[in-house]
Design a binder for this molecule. Structure first.
Ligand code: T1G
Length: 692
């Protein structure tokens, strides 16, 4: 075995050269790895004793892509494109032995090999679109030739990986290796030699593109299937253009077109925002102040107290994560309703093809309903998802103290209460943490992880690792009313409500938000979530538009009427009933309604939100500005191509933000009083995202 460089080794086993790559954590194609592969491959191809080459990786995964940290800088030689051309042009068979997540440039390098063999658990894909890019090393030209145009469109436009079995069906890989991958790959290479199998160079011919009767139909169908992605993403439109080139141009010209589109996207605002979020999402999960050696504990058995909307959603998220779940509700009827709702939600997913039918039974088999808190005794972690009142939560934690193991974690799902006060209900506040799931909890990625004053580092680390194991995005937040997201939403909602009283209609406000680039405005979002969240007829004030609507049974989309009217297809339309109520409330408030410009709506809803974000940073509720952006992208639908509110403010110019706030403060009050941090950053010409 010879050391090629610090991340590549070369071994020759009976005429087969094995290039082993070992560049943790994901074998990203950094310069050092590209150099090692180029050198090692050169030696193997020049060695007369070598008749075939296997490329495999050590560690968690085969190459998971180009090194994102190198983006935006001049690419050092050897480029990935040059490396790929060398592999494909080799005179000896080169076999890629795949495992883990074979993504982006890693899959492009595998496509340059003459054959691909993969472990059953391997996932393969082109996630570049999630970085605002397209495959930039031949992926848009080779993939359609190998698997056909339609599958290539789906893989590249969605960015979602597929499993080894599907990859085998599509012809993306040649064989699945059920035993030892290295042995299977060398055996495959040996068989390739013995059978004198011709070297398959995908770039050499049109491949499955030749069989494409009418590409235009396939593009039209894909544009229908992926309309939402294409509408918002420059990269999606770039991918369509690159794939068009693959159907019309010779390979090398198509490659050149791909490179042009890739370069344009790399320098565009959307990719910069999405690459920022890639790093931000990983930074948000890091708890910077943990003592060295802090290790998360495994969580296998979880309990949930409460089978209402949140408890059900959390139970579904836990079940989807493979956990054993005990859900407790005092009243048998509401427990039964909760379990039935969980089952029907899984069945609905199965009916839509999002879940294998047999998985529904598997998940439900891991759900234990109970009316006794004592059944939570064996849990590693218990989440309370009961009424949002401090007394109830404290009482639950007091009872759980006597039931769960001393090392169990007690989590509160509170959306805004003081976690330290909730923790006060337990004799072991050091085992208490906040896990603020967002509704619907089985869908929304975001979890605000709220560390109490006494939460131990191990509990905090365990909570973060647990959230990530669920496939969710955890953001560590400090104790404060509304934490990050809801606190900023509250400021925005107050202004939106005021604007409606002063002269705008809900749909005017929503139009400004969608025009800005958000998927929907606050009023349409409220209809979706339900206007009666936290409302009760007994306590209804009847003073706000939301209360008045609830009182007349207009509780949102679920009741076919809320701020908007809804038809059978749930299409929202302007409501004369709402308009009448708005005018009544304006009159009752003694306000003379006036025309309000879209610009005023945007300034009064967006800018105080950013100001609140600055205050959250000042108060250290968020460790960094990018955490706030991660919250907004994963919890409130802020489009990733726009980076997040703090990223947007930096790009927009903090000076303008400050000027707008100062202009509105005299009339609109404290929400517009600029934070000290914002004023300092403007003075120092700094930025939110450059702070920490
Ligand atoms: N480049 C650099 N670092 C990367 C990286 C990458 N591609 N992928 C992950 N990391 C780092 C990450 O920042 C973190 O670092 C650590 O690895 C663990 O990541 C030419 C242009 C592979 C599924 O988009 O999807 O190829 O925080 O926490 O949950 O056409 O990482 O520890 O310092 O996410 O086990 C295409 C992105 C690139 C894959 C593993 N590839 N990565 O998930 O670990 S563009 C991607 C992921 C490209 C070509 C184009 C995931 C993962 P740190 P992690 P994980």
């Amino acid at each position: 075995m010879t050391i090629v460089n610090e991340v590549v080794r070369l071994e020759i086993e009976d005429r087969i050269a094995v290039l082993s790559l070992d560049h943790p954590p994901v074998n990203a194609l950094s310069r050092i790895l590209r150099e090692g592969i180029a050198t090692g491959l050169g030696r193997a191809l020049a060695d007369p004793g070598v008749e075939a080459v296997v490329i495999l990786c050590e560690g968690a995964t085969f190459i998971a892509g180009a090194d994102i940290r190198e983006f935006g800088r001049p690419i050092a030689e050897p480029t990935l494109a040059a490396l790929i051309a060398t592999i494909e042009g080799a005179g000896k068979p080169v076999v890629a032995a795949l495992h883990g997540t074979v993504l982006g440039g890693g899959l492009e390098l595998a496509l340059a090999c003459h054959a691909r063999i993969a472990r059953p658990s391997t996932k393969l894909g082109f996630p570049e679109i999630k970085l605002g890019l397209i495959p930039g090393a031949g992926g848009t030209q080779r993939l359609p030739r190998l698997v056909g145009l339609s599958h290539a469109l789906d893989l590249i436009l969605t960015g979602e990986p597929i499993g080894a079995a599907r990859a085998r069906t599509l012809g993306l890989i040649d064989e699945i290796a059920y035993g030892d991958l290295r042995s299977a790959a060398t055996a495959f290479a040996r068989a390739h030699l013995e059978q004198r199998t011709p070297l398959r160079r995908i770039a050499a011919d049109a491949g499955r593109l030749a069989g494409t009767i009418d590409p235009a139909d396939m593009f039209d169908a894909a544009k229908m299937r992926h309309a939402r992605i294409i509408a918002r993403n420059d990269a999606a439109r770039g991918a369509l253009n690159a794939l068009h080139a693959a159907t019309r141009l010779p390979f090398e010209e198509g490659l050149a077109r791909e490179r042009e589109i890739f370069a344009e996207l790399m320098n565009g605002p959307q990719s910069k925002a999405q690459r920022y979020l890639f790093a931000a999402t990983r930074a948000a999960a890091k708890l910077g102040d943990l003592p060295a050696g802090t290790r998360p504990k495994p969580i296998a058995r979880v309990g949930i107290v409460g089978a209402g909307t949140m408890g059900r959603g959390i139970a579904m998220a836990f079940l989807a994560g493979g956990l054993d779940v005990t859900i407790v509700e005092t009243a048998r009827e509401s427990l039964g309703r909760g379990v039935a709702a969980i089952r029907s939600a899984f069945e609905a997913s199965a009916a839509k093809g999002r879940l294998r039918p047999e998985a529904v039974a598997g998940r439900m088999a891991r759900l234990t309903p109970s009316t006794a808190l004592s059944d939570l005794a064996g849990c590693d972690l218990v989440v309370e998802a009961v009424f949002e009142t401090l007394a109830v939560k404290r009482e639950i934690f007091g009872k759980l103290d006597a039931i769960v193991r001393p090392d169990a974690i007690l989590a509160t799902n509170t959306s805004h209460l003081d976690v330290n006060q909730v923790a006060g209900g337990s004799k072991r506040p050091e085992r208490v943490i906040g896990l603020h799931f967002f509704t619907p909890a089985h869908v929304m990625k975001l979890v605000e992880v709220v560390r109490g004053a006494k939460t131990t580092p191990e509990v905090a680390a365990t909570a973060m690792a647990f959230v990530k194991s669920l496939g969710k995005v955890g953001v560590a937040v400090g104790v404060g009313d509304g934490f990050i997201g809801n606190r900023m939403v509250r400021v925005r909602r107050q202004e939106a409500d005021r604007l409606v009283l002063e002269g705008a209609m809900p749909w005017d406000v929503d139009r400004v938000f969608t025009g800005f680039g958000l998927p929907m405005g606050p009023f349409r979002m409220a209809d979706l979530a339900g206007l009666d969240l936290g409302w009760s007829r007994e306590a209804s004030s009847g003073r706000s538009l939301r209360a008045r609507l609830c009182e007349i049974g207009r509780r949102g989309e679920k009741s076919k009427a809320g701020f908007y009217d809804y038809d059978a297809e749930r299409t929202a339309t302007i409501s004369p009933v709402t308009e009448g109520l708005v005018r009544e409330l304006s009159e009752a408030a003694g306000l003379q309604r006036r025309a309000i410009t879209d610009r005023e709506i945007l300034e009064r809803c967006l800018y105080p939100m950013i100001n609140e974000g600055a205050k959250i940073l000042e108060e250290r509720i968020a460790a960094r500005a990018s955490d706030i952006d991660v919250v907004w992208v994963n919890g409130y639908g802020w489009p990733p191509v726009m980076g997040g509110p703090m990223f947007w403010a930096d790009a927009n110019g903090l000076g303008e933000v400050l000027e707008v706030l100062r202009r509105h403060e005299p009339a609109l009050g404290s929400a517009f009083r600029p934070s000290g941090l914002l004023e300092r950053l403007v003075r120092e010409e700094g930025s939110f995202t450059g702070l920490f």
